[in-house]
Design a protein around this ligand. Structure first.
Ligand code: AKG
Length: 214
């Protein structure tokens, strides 16, 4: 979904810059941890709230996420320059089903900088959501650590998703995905909002927010 001219330069660069300051502060407190996440973006500021409830996004997902639309969670994920931290192959529903069940949970992955294999773009296996929730294990290292066991998943069809800043990747909570290292000298940030139907019980703590009633 390309953005109208000028919106990328104003809205998304502002979110990127604000996120940068906030993440730097968090990193200091996290004693050197490099892979940073800001949670609860659906609640944090008028700017981030506006992205989560943007009518263009809701129109894109309304036939898939129903009845009604609620935010399950909304976060920003940062990969600093030359960072080897990996987000393992996983399905978001491994996390989400620990809270509640929804058949139609989906996420938007919205990069704030152009992304490809050099800076840790997302990789997915198209169609993998049709295979249901796979067995996972809790990994000690890396992120997205409720991850597939080695050798379990058939990953032959995996593709890197090369995507421009401000474009949207939409994927089901059962879609297999991961991200690798950032080998560039620029920080990679993504804005991720997960939506579910308005009747599913709760979301990720206070982040849960009904945007359209069932
Ligand atoms: O933005 C990334 O690098 C991947 C994040 C991700 O897949 C997740 O948090 O579930």
């Amino acid at each position: 979904m390309p953005l109208p001219a000028g919106e990328k330069e104003t809205r998304f660069e502002e979110v990127d810059n604000r996120g940068s300051g906030r993440l730097r502060a968090d990193r200091d407190q996290q004693d050197g941890q490099k892979y940073n996440i800001i949670l609860q973006l659906g609640l944090r500021s008028p700017m981030t709230r506006a992205i989560c409830s943007d009518e263009r996004i809701l129109t894109l997902i309304e036939d898939l996420v129903q009845p009604g639309i609620a935010i399950y969670s909304a976060k920003m994920v940062e990969k600093p320059p030359y960072d080897d931290t990996v987000c393992h192959w996983h399905q978001d529903d491994a996390y989400y089903q620990q809270t509640s069940h929804s058949d139609c949970r989906m996420s938007i992955w919205l990069p704030l900088t152009d992304c490809d294999e050099t800076n840790g773009c997302l990789w997915t296996v198209p169609g993998s959501h049709k295979q249901g929730l796979q067995e996972w294990t809790k990994r000690a290292f890396g992120f997205c650590n409720l991850a597939f066991k080695d050798g379990l998943a058939q990953l032959d069809g995996a593709i890197p998703v090369r995507i421009a800043a401000g474009d949207i990747l939409l994927f089901h909570a059962l879609t297999w995905h991961r991200s690798l290292s950032n080998q560039t000298d620029h920080t990679r940030r993504s804005f991720i909002v997960s939506y579910q139907d308005a009747e599913a019980i709760k979301g990720n703590g206070p982040q849960h927010k009904i945007l359209r009633a069932a």
